[in-house]
Ligand binder design. Structure first.
Ligand code: ADP
Length: 498
């Protein structure tokens, strides 16, 4: 493979990793797909082939699920104490941290994002999530319950038990962070896992699998099957011996996962799309709100499920805010993620580029105006200009649908009640933000917004301790914080007659 000549400054470990076809992790071993097939991943900055990866399908999923079942029921994992499980997760976090540069480079090559962000956001966040969840391993508790049944005395209590074999399907926008959000809590409570990374970005998850073996996770506890959504992903969601499927991705695919899960009524948690309202009131600190609004949409090339893609601005400051966001868009240095001066990279794939451009065309056709941007960048790689659309109407596709690219629609409003109504006028309910100096108004509006997260005078602030998930069609369940324990444990009531 010509990868090292195309990218001469790669770290040696990264070049070596890319130089070999990547296998899947099943039952503690690196294996090829049963079919022997592989697929290619691409460098979004150039469109060139980056790596060859095993193309798992139904049979591979089945092998992985069998390994996960064995590891859940027998061998060292179920015998391990909570503290030992916590220590394994801490060790994995330490290993990941000690390979930070390597992971950052790999993430940027695979996903396209500026390496600056991979280095200070993606990989450190994943490390933090593993550490935070390691702490929960020893803190999953049941309770004793006074009961009033007649005729005898009883002692009743609850046990919180690991749910079993978990299938986890993750997207490409934050490959390592999503892997950590899924793996860390499931492993902390004692589940075993089959992880299916996105076909666009499987590389850091596979490298993480190597570190998990080095950390000492027993065979079969963590399996990683690479492959496509409609084949490997669908087989995992439908597998009759999987106890739970956890998914992050589009609402459309979330509904397919739900359908596939009905066969054995496996538990389902979903973290899906969004069309998040970002509301700027006239009394906001615009020095903070304007860059905040720009980052809310342009961070990660707009490929965030929480992207602040509907910017509601009070009409008295509309022109000033829109102009400020447009100026911020113009200041981005667009380029390959590995270039240290880049702060806006390519979108993840050709398919995504076409999708975002399709939305831009539909918006303009329906009467929207691009104050800045509006096009893809010519030349190789999947680059889209950061775009601010005005003159939009509520019924336009660009206002209603998730674009998942660096495109914001700016909408003027007059009254707080009106903007709350407009903000909630969406099938989604993942996140929202409010910018104002009036703390009463901030909290009143926060209470009325139908969203799983509301930020006040900030945006995209995440923490492993803060529960995250969606209202409405943005999902089922909450990840992170202690809320996530609900997703990976069953409660057993035990009642003894005394
Ligand atoms: P996008 O459309 O933005 O690529 P998806 O929601 O399609 O996002 O992808 C998120 C994850 O879901 C990926 O790992 C993908 O392979 C997987 N996936 C896609 N389609 C299906 C499906 N029908 N069943 C299970 N998983 C799927």
């Amino acid at each position: 493979m010509a990868i090292t000549t195309v990218l001469p400054n790669l770290q040696r470990s990264v070049a070596e990793f890319l130089g070999k076809p990547r296998k899947m992790l099943v039952d503690g071993k690196w294996v090829e797909a049963a079919s022997g097939k592989t697929f290619e991943t691409y460098n979004p900055a150039t469109g060139e082939v980056l790596a060859h990866v095993a193309e798992g399908d139904r049979e591979d999923i089945d092998r992985a699920v069998k390994a996960a079942r064995r590891a859940f029921e027998s061998g060292p994992w179920p015998a391990m104490s909570p503290s030992e499980r916590g220590r394994l997760l801490l060790k994995l976090a330490d290993l990941l941290e000690s390979h930070l540069e390597e992971f950052a480079e790999l993430e940027t090559l695979d996903n396209g994002k500026p390496v600056f962000f991979s280095r200070i956001v993606d990989i450190p966040t994943a490390v933090d999530v593993f550490r935070y969840m390691a702490g929960w391993a020893t803190k999953v508790e049941g309770s004793t319950i006074p009961i009033s049944a007649h005729g005898a005395q009883y002692f009743a209590y609850t046990l919180r038990e690991p749910l079993g074999v978990v299938g986890q399907i993750i997207p490409w926008n934050f490959p390592m962070i999503m892997a950590s959000w899924k793996l860390a809590p499931a492993l902390a409570v004692g589940c075993t896992v089959v992880l299916k990374p996105a076909e666009q970005t499987p590389l850091t998850a596979l490298r993480l699998g190597e570190l998990a073996l080095e950390a000492g996770f027993p065979d079969g506890v963590l399996n990683i099957v690479t492959g496509f959504g409609e084949t490997a992903g669908a087989a995992l969601a439908a597998h009759p011996d999987v106890d739970k499927v956890a998914f992050t991705g589009s609402t459309e695919v979330g509904k397919l996962i739900l359908g596939a899960a009905t066969g054995n009524l496996k538990k389902v948690s979903l973290e899906l799309g969004g069309k998040s309202p970002n509301i700027v009131f006239p009394d906001a600190d615009l020095q903070a709100a304007i860059p905040g609004a720009a980052n809310a949409i342009f961070f990660n090339q707009g490929q965030c499920c929480t992207a602040g893609s509907r910017l509601f601005v009070h009409k008295s400051i509309f022109d000033e805010v829109v102009d400020g966001v447009a100026q911020a868009a113009k200041r981005f240095t667009i380029g390959p993620g590995l270039d240290p001066s880049t702060n806006l990279g390519p979108v993840v794939s050709k398919e995504q580029l076409d999708r975002v451009c399709g939305y831009l065309e539909s918006g303009i056709r329906e009467g929207a105006k691009a104050v800045v941007g509006g096009h893809k960048r010519s030349g190789s790689g999947y680059f889209v200009e950061p775009t601010v659309l005005v003159d939009v109407k509520p019924e336009m596709k660009v206002v209603r649908e998730e674009i998942f690219g660096p495109v914001v629609t700016a909408i003027p409003f007059s009254e707080p009640e009106e903007v709350v109504r407009s903000a909630n006028h969406t099938v989604y309910g993942l996140a929202a933000a409010v910018w104002t100096r009036d703390i009463s108004k901030a909290h009143r509006v926060a209470a009325k917004l139908r969203a799983g997260t509301v930020w006040i005078n900030c945006y995209n602030v995440f923490d492993p301790a803060l529960p995250f998930g969606g209202y409405k069609q943005s999902g089922w369940g909450r990840e992170m914080g202690h809320a996530v324990l609900e997703l990976y444990t069953e409660t057993k009531a035990v009642c003894a007659q005394l």
